[in-house]
Design a protein around this ligand. Structure first.
Ligand code: C2G
Length: 129
């Protein structure tokens, strides 16, 4: 069984999130999604609109997601890859090159982002009545 892992905030879940999860699952048989915790986001100076519990619940409900864990620190990826026997680490290509250091543990794959949609854009569009 080829196991895939990906990480993200997945706030205000949108088609870009769905596409990357679908594309990540297509890389293997079992997809684990690590959803960033509220505390981890605060450390990045980010505050998600939805709580970590709600964001995890939404991702968990997606048909092709097999397991959801919490992302609580930048450096947990190496531990996760070993702990879950991951074959491939997948991220959208806005992260291209940023996680190449994981290549000694598993394949590192960057997939195309979905253009024209982002949580930030949704928030700014909604501000303009
Ligand atoms: N994404 C995408 N297309 C978009 C928006 C996002 O493919 N239009 C992808 C991103 O490339 C990422 C995933 O969706 O792979 C989650 O994106 P975010 O929720 O914005 O998460 P991010 O802030 O990138 O956090 O340790 C890694 C971080 O947790 C990633």
């Amino acid at each position: 069984m080829r196991k895939i892992i990906t990480y993200g905030t997945f706030d205000l879940f949108h088609i870009g999130h769905l596409n990357i999860l679908k594309r990540a699952k297509a890389q293997g048989d079992y997809l684990i999604v690590a959803v960033s915790s509220d505390a981890f986001n605060a450390g990045k100076g980010k505050k998600a609109y939805y709580s970590e519990d709600d964001r995890m619940e939404i991702v968990r409900a997606i048909r092709f997601v097999d397991e959801v864990i919490l992302e609580e620190s930048w450096d947990q990826k190496r531990k996760d890859i070993k702990k879950y026997n991951i074959d491939a680490f997948v991220m959208g290509d806005d992260w291209k090159g940023k996680f190449d250091d994981l290549a000694d543990l598993c394949e590192v794959i960057y997939l195309p982002r979905t253009e024209g949609v982002s949580t930030t854009k949704i928030k700014s569009d909604l501000k303009v009545k």
